[in-house]
Design a protein around this ligand. Structure first.
Ligand SMILES: C[S@@+](CC[C@H](N)C(=O)[O-])C[C@H]1O[C@@H](n2cnc3c(N)ncnc32)[C@H](O)[C@@H]1O
Length: 278
């Protein structure tokens, strides 16, 4: 027994951890390393308290015996990692603007899919990029923003952020695209409705065999989620992106994600940016 086990409110055995790992892999494709045992404990301990269940074993038994229980959604939400920020990996937004300068000339509607969008900072950064590029508050463009986690999707739809997150952007961007809160909302800012109008939010599990969406997309942003998937899961998903991209479309991935294992489908064209081969 480790010192962690001694200090825990609930007993959490290696077998419990294995069951959690198996379940989240099957539901979300997320592969949890051995080192995540403590993280899993603290995130799920909250669920045990909420459900007033006193052991991990009974919590996991309850889930296994009720495949349609709403608790599955909470279980999944608890185990996703949602770290994000406005204009994260900012070079991607510059590359997108260059791309728009080329493909946007014919006036077609620009479609972008931002999956694993988390709490919305990424799709709102895309909406700002579109407005800046087209110098319009209503560009001919649409962003589909999706995530598996229903809690982050609600936060994204709401579009309210603490000022410490917003203040990382320039004062000009803040003035143009946010409404600062006053009174009880002091310290928070709300995205302007023009940004929200460009975005449709939808729950999409990247692991699913089919997605309820139609392309073609000028760009797909799939950033900082593949790191949680094993290579076969990544490949399956990346194969399904290909027919959804326009033939000149771009795929943006996270800073530690690379696509050398799907070099038969994608070719690099910038720092962690890819296009279809051939
Ligand atoms: C670390 S965040 C990345 C957020 C954003 N893309 C960025 O780069 O800043 C990873 C997101 O992937 C989502 N996610 C995890 N597994 C998923 C799956 N199977 N399908 C869709 N989204 C998933 C999580 O809910 C989380 O919001």
């Amino acid at each position: 027994m480790s010192s962690d086990d001694l200090h825990r409110e609930f007993q959490f055995t290696d077998q419990d951890f294995e069951l959690v790992r198996k379940a989240i892999y099957q539901r979300a494709g997320i592969s949890l390393a051995d080192s995540k045992k403590q993280m899993v404990y603290s995130r799920l301990a909250r669920r045990l308290r909420m459900n007033q269940i006193s052991t991990f074993r009974s919590y996991l038994d309850m889930l296994q015996s009720q495949p349609n229980s709403p608790e599955w959604e909470e279980f999944t939400n608890a185990l996703t990692t949602n770290l994000t920020s406005f204009f994260r990996e900012s070079h991607h937004f510059d590359i997108l603007k260059q791309h728009l300068a080329q493909v946007g000339r014919d006036g077609h509607q620009i479609n972008i899919w931002c999956n694993a969008a988390s709490t919305g900072e990424e799709p709102y950064s895309l909406a700002i990029t579109l407005m800046e590029h087209f110098q319009s508050a209503s560009p001919n463009a649409a962003i589909l923003a999706s995530d598996l986690d229903t809690n982050v999707l609600s936060k994204a739809r709401e579009g309210v952020y603490s000022m410490d997150k917003v203040e990382k952007m320039s004062p000009d961007r803040i003035r143009r695209y946010f409404l600062k809160g006053a009174g009880a909302q002091e310290g928070f800012a709300r995205v302007r409705p023009e940004l929200q109008k460009l975005i449709t939010y939808r729950q999409i599990n990247l692991l699913d065999n089919s997605w309820p969406i139609r392309g073609p997309f000028d760009a797909i942003f799939c950033r900082n989620v593949m790191i949680y998937f094993d290579k076969p899961t990544q490949r399956k998903m990346l194969e399904k992106f290909a027919p959804l991209l326009r033939k000149d479309g771009l795929l943006f991935v996270g800073h530690s994600e690379h696509l050398s294992h799907v070099a038969d489908i994608y070719t690099p064209c910038g720092k962690t940016v890819y296009r279809l081969k051939g």
